[in-house]
Design a protein around this ligand. Structure first.
Ligand SMILES: Cc1cc2nc3c(=O)[nH]c(=O)nc-3n(C[C@H](O)[C@H](O)[C@H](O)COP(=O)(O)OP(=O)(O)OC[C@H]3O[C@@H](n4cnc5c(N)ncnc54)[C@H](O)[C@@H]3O)c2cc1C
Length: 501
């Protein structure tokens, strides 16, 4: 039977990112993917938020995405644009880039890291025991893995086979999304009416002065809200035509679809992200309305939280209980995404006078600086805070990408994370720290930083004298002229001291 340390079901954005993280950590991970190639019909996610760009920057690959996309202020809440250009991050913007390009670029990176991808076959079931998981495939074969991660999307077979509950809320609205040729050119842009929001656009576009300017030619992208929320079965050209006629009085002679799909505001989250040797990430763990464009971003960041932890467990550096912190940290993040998308869907419903009044109230609030910062921090992912206990505000928050000065010259913090290895950053007297028992796992870097310490939403914080940074870029320990708690933090996150250390 083919064996891998980790089998990842699904090579969408989440599965690809996880495979890359595991490969960087030297773990034998393989992806099983239903699609015969990485090609993705349809547009789906339209881009990346600031924190996801940072996470990719931590691995040295952000430029690959930035070069192909459109930098813009993309964060928003319901109808309100949230500008983050004053946020203290190198990437104080989002990126317009279709999911098919995001997946292609991620797949290129994973390919460089020599991850095996078994294409054109499905994971159909699993059986786990104390030592591993048998992963059953649609070609009749099975694979053996120490761990199986379901990154197989909202209808996850892995989640169902593991018997993990997926509680939540049924859809209240649905919309058709398509790319078609038209006989008669529709007016491009967004339109609201008593059914909801509808739009026409083109896949190719530019952002000029903050406004989307569509290409003059090419197939037309359609989004049309349906009269009744429909089940998520495969829609037809006829369904699209009928929905267009209801809203616009014509179907514009729509024909030759590249794809037609339906999305809803179904809102559900896996009750547990782990069952023994089976884990869930991305849409397999959470589904919600696309409002605010958070799904792909949340999945990619799930992968970055899980990757290094799973690698350490597979390598027996850490006990399997470290994996519980994956659920502990990421479940609340997606739960908040579920809540904020439900709130946005409610605000974007066809308006009566009272809902109009509520929208005006929310718009008024979000035009004030403090609420704008809070919501922008949430929607961009820059405010994510894992509960690692009380202490310095940096604890459990993202480490800023500071410009450091070292004996070898200038250095960015994110450059230190390219290999996905933890870092003890000593900003005090050089040589202050001796962490020899962890030296095979944790890099120690002596550096100087004289600039301001500022966090998104929170503002200025006291300068620490040292920080312990996890491979995912979150701060696990903060030093203040003393080493108190450092040994405990090193043991908790990066395993016990090496024998003889
Ligand atoms: C209309 C729309 C707009 C969206 N807009 C945004 C946005 O602007 N921003 C954003 O962040 N997100 C957005 N999303 C959400 C985003 O598309 C998803 O959250 C994202 O694709 C999730 O990635 P994933 O890898 O977890 O799952 P998926 O992308 O669903 O990938 C799952 C992969 O697993 C494969 N697979 C499935 N079952 C099996 C199996 N049994 N065996 C093997 N392989 C299998 C599939 O072929 C697929 O490649 C949008 C979604 C929609 C529908």
């Amino acid at each position: 039977m083919t064996e891998h340390a980790v089998v990842i079901a699904g090579g969408g954005p989440t599965g690809l990112m996880l495979a890359g993280e595991l490969a960087l950590a030297g773990v034998d991970a393989a992806i099983v993917e239903r699609r015969p190639s990485q090609d993705l019909p349809g547009s789906r996610a339209g881009g990346l938020h600031s924190r996801t760009i940072e996470v990719l920057d931590q691995r040295g690959i952000a430029d690959r995405f930035l070069l192909e996309g459109q930098v813009a202020q993309v964060a928003g809440f319901a109808f309100n644009r949230l500008d983050i250009s004053d946020f203290p991050t190198r990437h104080n913007y989002g990126l317009g880039l279709w999911q098919k390009h995001i997946e292609r670029i991620l797949a290129g990176w994973v390919d460089e890291l020599a991850v095996t991808i078994y294409r054109a076959r499905d994971v159909t079931g699993l059986a786990q025991d104390d030592d591993g998981v048998d992963v059953h495939l649609s070609d009749g074969e099975s694979m053996r893995a120490a761990y199986l991660v379901g990154c197989d999307g909202g209808r996850s077979v892995v989640r169902k086979a593991a018997g993990i509950d997926f509680p939540g809320w049924d859809p209240t609205t649905s919309a058709l999304l398509a790319e078609v040729e038209v006989a008669e050119e529709p007016e491009l842009g967004i339109r609201q009416d008593e059914l909801g929001t509808h739009s026409f656009g083109r896949t190719e576009y530019e952002i000029r002065d903050g406004e989307v300017v569509f290409a003059d030619e090419g197939p037309v992208g359609v989004m049309v809200t349906e009269r009744q929320p429909a089940p998520s079965s495969e829609p037809t050209l006829r369904d699209l035509s009928e929905a267009l006629v209801i809203v616009h009085g014509t179907d514009y002679g729509a024909h030759s679809p590249t794809y037609i799909t339906r999305f809803t505001d179904m809102t559900r989250q896996a009750a547990s992200y782990r069952d023994g040797r089976v884990l869930l990430a991305g849409d397999a763990a959470h589904v919600h309305s696309p409002a605010g464009g958070q799904g792909l971003n949340t999945g990619v960041q799930d992968a970055v939280n899980l990757g290094w932890k799973l690698a350490q467990v597979v390598k027996e550096v850490s006990p399997p209980s470290l994996l519980d912190s994956y659920h502990g940290e990421r479940h609340p993040v997606a739960a908040r995404v579920l809540r904020n998308t439900m709130a946005q869907v409610a605000l974007m419903r066809p308006a009566d006078a009272r809902l109009e009044a509520l929208r005006e109230t929310v718009a008024g609030l979000l035009s004030m600086d403090e609420p704008r910062k809070r919501f922008a921090g949430m929607m961009s992912g820059l405010d994510i805070h894992y509960d690692l206990g009380d202490g310095h505000p940096l604890l459990g928050r993202r480490m800023p990408d500071l410009d450091l000065v070292t004996a070898k010259g200038p250095l960015r913090v994110f450059t230190l994370l390219h290999e996905a290895r933890p870092v003890l950053l000593n900003l005090g007297e050089p040589g202050d720290f001796d962490i020899t028992p962890w030296a095979d796992r944790v890099q120690t870097v002596d550096a100087r930083y004289d600039g301001p310490w500022e966090l998104p939403v929170l503002g200025a914080v006291t300068a620490p004298t040292a920080v312990l940074i996890r491979p995912d870029g979150y701060v696990a320990w903060v030093g203040d002229h003393a080493q108190q708690g450092l040994t405990d933090a090193l043991s908790a996150w990066f395993g016990r001291r090496s024998p003889g250390g």
